[in-house]
Design a protein around this ligand. Structure first.
Ligand code: SAM
Length: 196
């Protein structure tokens, strides 16, 4: 992997206000990936490919990442980026809305990283649970959403997103087959280990 190119892509994304994984969140994911030694990873929300490229370092021999992005321009940029960094053979980008693409997938994944439309998190979780391997890990980034999720915040504009993030937290903390930690890294990261 060309790390210099990866760093340039990160800086460009930050300059252009493309929302990419934060450093402290990435540190946590790095530790999880070191532990679980993944072969298959699913990401929902590619943006310009930064997190997928970071995760690809931890793939075992023959492993692959599937990542979904609906913004055409970002998909085009992500494809160029993964070529530049030399990891195009490890990352498969699905272009389109994850709500439509996820039901067409029938793979089993070691890790699912949810990082897209907040209002769709409960749907993404159901799809992730359908495809996660036993002992796999499902991560949901931005789960605390500026603190709105754990407070009594109820303003109109973000109401649907906040309600759906709360529903996600309820499901992963109350489901007896899932063990969840909510970490205060980035904008909040839910780490859910699947017990069976
Ligand atoms: N994971 C990326 C990283 O850390 O480098 C950042 C992803 S960014 C926070 C979220 C992306 O999800 C945006 O590029 C957005 O276009 C995409 N997105 C949002 N809702 C989506 C959906 N329903 N289907 C596919 N992509 C979606």
């Amino acid at each position: 992997m060309n790390k210099q190119e990866l760093e340039k892509i990160k800086q460009k994304a930050l300059e252009n206000h493309v929302p990419i994984i934060m450093d402290d969140t990435l540190e946590v994911v790095d530790k999880i990936l070191t532990e679980i030694k993944p072969t298959r990873i699913l990401e929902i929300g590619t943006a310009v490919g930064y997190s997928a490229m970071c995760f690809s370092e931890y793939l075992q021999q023959g492993g692959k990442i599937d990542t979904i992005e609906r913004d055409t321009e970002r998909v085009a940029e992500a494809r160029i980026n993964i070529e530049k960094v030399g990891v195009a053979n490890l990352i498969n980008i699905y272009e389109g809305d994850a709500v439509e693409i996820l039901p067409t997938l029938n793979e089993k994944y070691d890790m699912v990283f949810i990082d897209a439309a907040k209002g769709k998190y409960p749907f993404f979780l159901r799809e992730a649970l359908r495809m996660i391997k036993p002992n796999g890990v499902i991560l949901a980034d931005n789960i605390l959403y500026k603190g709105y999720v754990m407070s009594d915040y109820n303003k109109h504009k973000q109401r649907t997103a906040v309600r759906n993030l709360r529903e996600y937290v309820k499901e992963v903390t109350e489901n007896p087959d899932i063990e969840t930690e909510i970490l205060e890294v980035g904008d909040g990261l839910a780490v859910s280990r699947i017990k069976k």
